[in-house]
Write a protein that binds this ligand. Structure first.
Ligand code: BJW
Length: 243
């Protein structure tokens, strides 16, 4: 019996979308330099001032429609890896933009939610939403007001798809972390989870060393649009290095 081709898990963060015109969070010109986490990215902030939080996400949702905001060479390379690698490639993104989908990735988990989806806290209906959302917008399913919220994961909330993510981290032979600062858990802990098993290679691809840089077996630094396509070429040509 021939062995199945090894599984790859890719984790992406805001850095992969930076060259598509979307801000990161913790760089000096990032989102958290302009707004406070406590004002927009916690359930308490939403309870205190829902309009402020809706405005923040309405602006970012509108930003996705800017003509220059399109998938870049790094998003495209990851879609190519999924198409051409003979085994499973699971793409786990912390990003709430839709650039991976637009590039063609299909086996994708948005662990921190999706900007183009909203849900009703009363009836739990989940729906695609491309326009502005107001606190008073009635739920199209149950008709109640004041329950519609962005489908994003705020601090203190449980990230999405965790069972599938850990199941795949437990079987992968390659873990790659791209454009994330390694500040936010549980994503920041994935590399230790994988390395603990002792059978998977781990690589960081970033503009500069992240918080957890020393935890990776290999690191490549540079803009995502340059280093990700070159890395994908290498894996498709040479396969996964031995641990
Ligand atoms: C480039 C580049 C280029 C730039 N090319 N690279 C104490 C200890 C440990 C954990 C905790 C703790 N206290 C609390 C926690 C848990 C907490 C947490 O981690 N806090 C830390 C701050 C310490 N985590 C949570 O609460 C999470 N939930 C959870 O743990 O649930 C379990 C649980 C729940 C309840 C009870 C008990 C347990 C939820 C986390 C939610 C994160 N949400 C946000 C905002 C929502 C989405 C949105 O609005 O977009 O998600 S925060 C923000 O950070 C966003 C991002 O997805 C996330 C990660 O950011 P990312 O992607 O890493 O971006 P940056 O800006 O940080 O980094 C960019 C990187 O790109 C940099 O490295 C650059 O160098 C690089 N770069 N240009 C390549 N061109």
């Amino acid at each position: 019996m021939t062995e199945a081709a090894p599984t790859i898990v890719i984790l992406t963060g805001a850095g992969i979308s930076k060259e598509s015109g979307l801000d990161t969070f913790r760089d000096s010109d990032g989102i958290w330099a302009k707004v406070r986490i406590e004002d927009v990215a916690t359930p308490e902030a939403f309870a205190r001032n829902p309009s402020r939080v809706q405005e923040f996400y309405n602006a970012r949702r509108a930003g996705l429609k800017e003509p220059g905001v399109v998938p870049n060479a790094a998003h495209e390379a990851l879609a190519r890896l999924e198409r051409d690698w003979p085994g499973e490639v699971l793409l786990v993104t912390q990003n709430i933009d839709d650039l991976h989908e637009r590039a063609g990735s299909r086996n994708l988990i948005h662990m921190h939610g999706e900007l183009l989806k909203v849900r009703c806290e009363y009836c739990e209906a989940l729906m695609t939403w491309t326009e502005s959302l107001q606190t008073t917008t009635p739920c199209p399913h149950c008709g109640r007001k004041n329950g519609m919220r962005p489908q994003v994961v705020w601090f203190g909330e449980m990230p999405l798809g965790m069972d599938k993510i850990y199941e795949t981290l437990d079987t992968c032979r390659l873990f790659v972390s791209i454009g994330t600062s390694g500040n936010v858990y549980p994503a920041a802990g994935f590399v230790q989870h994988v390395r603990y098993r002792g059978v998977a290679h781990s690589v960081e691809l970033n503009l500069e060393p992240s918080q957890g840089a020393t935890l990776f077996a290999e690191a490549i630094y540079g803009p995502a649009t340059e280093i990700v396509p070159a890395f994908v070429d290498r894996i498709l040509k040479d396969g996964i290095p031995e641990v």
